[in-house]
Design a protein around this ligand. Structure first.
Ligand SMILES: *[C@@H]1O[C@H](CO)[C@@H](O)[C@H](O)[C@H]1NC(C)=O
Ligand SMILES: *[C@@H]1O[C@H](CO)[C@@H](O)[C@H](O)[C@H]1NC(C)=O
Ligand SMILES: *[C@@H]1O[C@H](CO)[C@@H](O)[C@H](O)[C@H]1NC(C)=O
Ligand SMILES: *[C@@H]1O[C@H](CO)[C@@H](O)[C@H](O)[C@H]1NC(C)=O
Ligand SMILES: [Zn+2]
Length: 499
């Protein structure tokens, strides 16, 4: 069929008016942006991530097919909106993944391999207790040679323990926790280490009891790979708005290797994606920059890469008026945790302005008649790179492996004495691992803060770079200080603990 030239022209002319692409948009407003956030759209996004994991071996870990597909999905969704300047930012990092099996006295013990561990297979091998903390080779008895050493967590890094065990001649190492609960840690990089797993305090005590009674043997099978992998951050900034006053917000797009990561952090990834889509229906006064960070689970690598490549540029950093982080927003046994930016609950104070951001989230929950609690601002997710540069930050965290208290169960329902997310960092963090009510409410909380700051940063003090430098130095101090605590568990995205 032949189409006349004149009808083509009229279609082309009519198009902008029909779609309202540029002329009919209003400035964003919190209520209207929130209305566009629908549970069915959030769940459709989560289902998509589950499918991508299912099609690629069950996970979306960085550099994997599942993560590549996630990055492409986010990138394609955003570019189709024609509202953002979207970039894929590549970076290369060392990847380590594997599986580990530990059997003691014929019974399987839940064990997590440490990131960057060596591989090894030991069958019916004596388990030898190192009575100290195993921080030097001398702290291992000579009898560990060729055998599996057992040592408690604490006092020095896992890397120091695994290196000392190797030097002492141990063929394998089990580190048991020094606080209740399981242990997943990292050696921080490749090195000359004994194959090493972490186990819970309870499992460690059971082996200690067996050792009191007589010799104990175990089988340890660690199958690990360590390799350089290319990975991506996806960054999308509104074409409109003031690019000298930018709201930055993000979540991480990668999962752990153990599972599909649909709550951690599929929930934050989809929450911000749906808000990005909804925002495209409006005009903004301040530019909004969304980020999907790669390789968070390996030590906040994507967000750190992003900030590092700015080379400390005062101009670039000064443009960032605030950073918001959304890492796990739909935990099955959730609390609505707001990062404690003012330090009132946990004593870890964020850069100036973080207090105002915390209040903005509080205002949102209060307006919905929803409960909220403060969540420690400990630098254990992607906001760390921002607060270390003095950028005010905030965000939401619905909880990971820590157990819900009675008081929290009274506020939010759910089960006291059960982890906020009992499927955290496992193969069970699937599409079925989401609390729908929390997912919707917290995605609307994202919409509220995005709308608020896209219109005005009046509630935050103007950027003062010397104040930011002061706050940055303090943030680095609290970050270092927060490590040595014996009771400090892995935060939202553990597996990154080094000590
Ligand atoms: C993921 O993408 C990177 C970068 O393009 C590529 O090097 C790598 O082979 C991809 N991985 C898989 C498993 O497809
Ligand atoms: C889009 O982003 C790229 C990379 O950050 C930048 O170089 C470019 O100037 C941006 N374009 C617009 C129109 O903002
Ligand atoms: C930072 O330095 C690197 C290496 O010199 C360069 O490739 C990159 O473009 C710089 N980034 C900015 C924002 O200037
Ligand atoms: C910026 O911060 C510094 C250090 O806190 C303070 O002394 C100074 O008065 C501030 N400047 C302005 C213009 O507020
Ligand atoms: Zn996470």
């Amino acid at each position: 069929m032949r189409t006349s030239t004149s009808s083509l022209v009229s279609v082309a002319l009519a198009l902008p008016a029909l779609t309202g692409a540029t002329i009919c948009k209003n400035f964003v407003d919190s209520e209207r942006l929130q209305e566009l956030i629908k549970l069915e759209d959030l769940l459709a996004g989560s289902r998509k991530l589950q499918e991508l994991a299912d099609a690629h071996g069950g996970n979306r870990a960085f550099g994997s097919g599942g993560h590549n597909a996630t990055v492409d999905f986010v990138y394609d969704t955003l570019t189709a909106l024609n509202y953002y300047n979207v970039t894929k930012q590549p970076f290369t990092e060392l990847f380590s993944y594997g599986t580990g099996k530990l059997i003691v006295g014929g019974e399987a013990v839940e064990a997590n391999i440490m990131t960057y561990t060596a591989s090894g297979t030991l069958v019916d091998t004596p388990i030898i207790l190192a009575p100290g903390l195993g921080c030097t080779p001398e702290e291992f008895p000579a009898t560990v040679a060729g055998n599996i050493a057992l040592v408690q967590r604490g006092s020095c890094t896992f890397a120091a323990k695994a290196g000392s065990a190797k030097t002492a001649g141990a063929a394998g190492l089990i580190v048991y926790n020094n606080v209740p609960g399981s242990l997943s840690g990292t050696l921080g990089g490749v090195g000359n280490y004994a194959p090493v797993v972490g186990i819970s305090l309870e499992a460690g005590q059971a082996i200690l009891a067996d050792l009191e009674a007589g010799p104990v043997t175990g089988s340890l099978d660690i199958n690990a790979i360590v390799e350089q992998r290319v990975n991506y951050n996806v960054i999308a900034e509104t074409k409109g708005g003031d690019h000298d006053n930018v709201l930055v917000l993000g979540g991480h797009s990668d999962s752990v290797g153990a599972g599909p990561g649909i709550n951690d952090d599929g929930s934050g990834s989809i929450g911000i994606l749906r808000v990005a889509e909804a925002l495209s229906k409006f005009k903004v006064k301040n530019a909004v920059r969304f980020a999907w960070w790669g390789a968070e689970e390996f030590g906040l690598l994507g967000s750190r890469y992003y900030v590092n490549q700015l080379n400390g540029s005062a101009t670039e950093l000064a443009r960032m008026r605030a950073y918001l982080n959304f890492d796990m927003i739909a935990s099955p046994n959730y609390v609505n945790g707001i990062y404690d930016g003012d330090g009132s609950a946990f004593g870890l104070v964020g850069p100036a302005g973080s207090d105002a951001i915390e209040k903005e989230f509080e205002k949102f929950y209060d307006s919905k008649g929803a409960k909220h609690v403060p969540s420690a601002f400990s630098g254990r997710s992607d906001y760390a790179a921002f607060i270390e540069n003095g950028v005010p930050a905030g965000g939401i965290f619905t909880g990971a492996e820590v157990l819900k208290t009675e008081a929290e169960a009274a506020l939010f329902g759910g089960q006291a004495g059960v982890a906020y997310d009992k499927n955290y960092h496992t193969a069970r963090d699937t599409y079925d691992n989401l609390n729908h009510e929390a997912y919707l409410t917290n995605s609307k909380a994202i919409a509220h803060t995005v709308a608020t700051y896209a219109l005005s940063f009046d509630s935050l003090a103007p950027v003062n770079l010397s104040k930011r430098r002061y706050d940055a130095a303090r943030a680095q101090f609290t970050r270092r200080g927060s490590h040595g605590h014996a009771g400090e568990h892995s935060g939202p995205c553990g597996g990154g603990d080094t000590i």
